[in-house]
Design a protein around this ligand. Structure first.
Ligand SMILES: Cc1cc2nc3c(=O)[nH]c(=O)nc-3n(C[C@H](O)[C@H](O)[C@H](O)COP(=O)(O)OP(=O)(O)OC[C@H]3O[C@@H](n4cnc5c(N)ncnc54)[C@H](O)[C@@H]3O)c2cc1C
Length: 285
């Protein structure tokens, strides 16, 4: 790893000023569980490291309103163990519980997970399904974008080089909605996923009144399964409907082949996981 200068700003604005001053040569760090690995491997060589983990006011979970607010430097472990969050949004707690080992989850932040923009990241697909928003702070103040539109490709987002993610906002999901998150890895759930699926459905009088489906590691960005959603909405909540929707996911997804799995295998897993997730919603009381 090559030498770098290190900064600990005391506010989001100070972090933005440092980003503006040092431009491309600077990199933000939060938990460091992605960045440091890349620095050791030599694929990232920042001259300036700006540590935002110690910035006051970026590490919080606020469940007081209809929209849950999670500060960007909140660790995945804090999310997994939050009793308040478990009451208001058990879905995101379940996702955090499937995230890596406790050691990694104690360092890794939800903001870093989104900003690293890995198609396989655990939080991407669930936050899309939960209609979450990302609050971004930059020179012109703050702006908010849907997480669904946050990613532009593997490793890239809508954020400008001088911006940082400051907050994730999740509307409290209606209690009657059924949810499932399934993560498929090579060895265990603590691995980075081969494929993930998140579904949130509202079943009333035997009909899928509402359905949101998204997948991770099935597309260059977390993929909203729009064709499957259309095949579910206002249709009978039956195994046949689920089968049709899952088959459409297999058609819509466009995963990569790499050392861990072929694209064809990932497509088949996307189908199997979607089917399984929807059936678990169908069969849950
Ligand atoms: C052994 C191991 C296991 C892992 N298992 C999983 C897993 O099961 N699931 C999973 O999803 N991931 C996993 N990861 C990947 C990693 O832990 C996560 O992506 C983590 O959430 C990254 O957060 P961080 O705070 O450590 O990010 P960092 O490494 O600090 O930063 C990652 C990137 O995001 C940028 N960044 C960070 N915060 C902000 C911000 N607020 N605003 C703008 N840019 C920012 C940084 O500049 C950097 O480019 C694993 C990693 C390791 C090493």
């Amino acid at each position: 790893m090559r030498d770098f200068d290190y900064f600990e700003p005391r506010s989001a604005d100070e972090a933005v000023s440092l980003l503006v001053k040092y431009g491309d040569a600077a990199k933000l760090i939060a938990g460091g569980t992605d960045l440091v690995v890349r620095m050791i491997a030599g694929s990232r060589r920042p001259k300036y490291i700006i540590n935002i983990k110690a910035v006051p006011g970026l590490d919080y979970i606020d469940c007081s309103g209809d929209v849950i607010k999670i500060g960007a430097t909140t660790t995945m472990r804090a999310i997994a163990t939050s009793a308040e969050l478990k009451k208001k949004c058990p879905q995101i707690v379940e996702v955090a519980r499937q995230f890596a080992s406790v050691t990694i989850a104690n360092m890794a932040t939800i903001g870093g997970n989104l900003c690293n923009a890995s198609p396989a990241a655990d939080t991407g697909a669930p936050l899309v399904v939960l209609s979450a928003k990302a609050q971004i702070t930059g020179l012109e103040g703050t702006r908010t974008v849907p997480v669904e539109g946050f990613f532009t490709g593997p490793g890239s987002t809508v954020m400008q080089p001088y911006e940082l993610l400051t907050e994730i906002q999740i509307p409290v999901p209606p209690a009657a909605f059924k949810w499932a998150y399934i993560k498929h890895g090579i060895r265990s759930v603590s691995d980075l996923a081969l494929t993930t699926v998140a579904v949130l459905v509202n079943i009333k009088n035997g009909i899928f009144v509402d359905a949101r489906v998204a997948l991770g590691a099935a597309y260059p960005t977390p993929m909203r399964a729009t064709q499957a959603e259309a095949a579910l909405k206002n249709k009978k909540a039956t195994e046949a409907t689920v089968e049709k929707a899952a088959a459409l996911v297999r058609e819509q997804c466009c995963p990569i082949s790499d050392v861990r799995a072929s694209a064809d295998y990932r497509k088949q897993i996307a189908y199997v996981l979607t089917r399984r997730a929807l059936m678990s919603c169908l069969n849950s009381k």
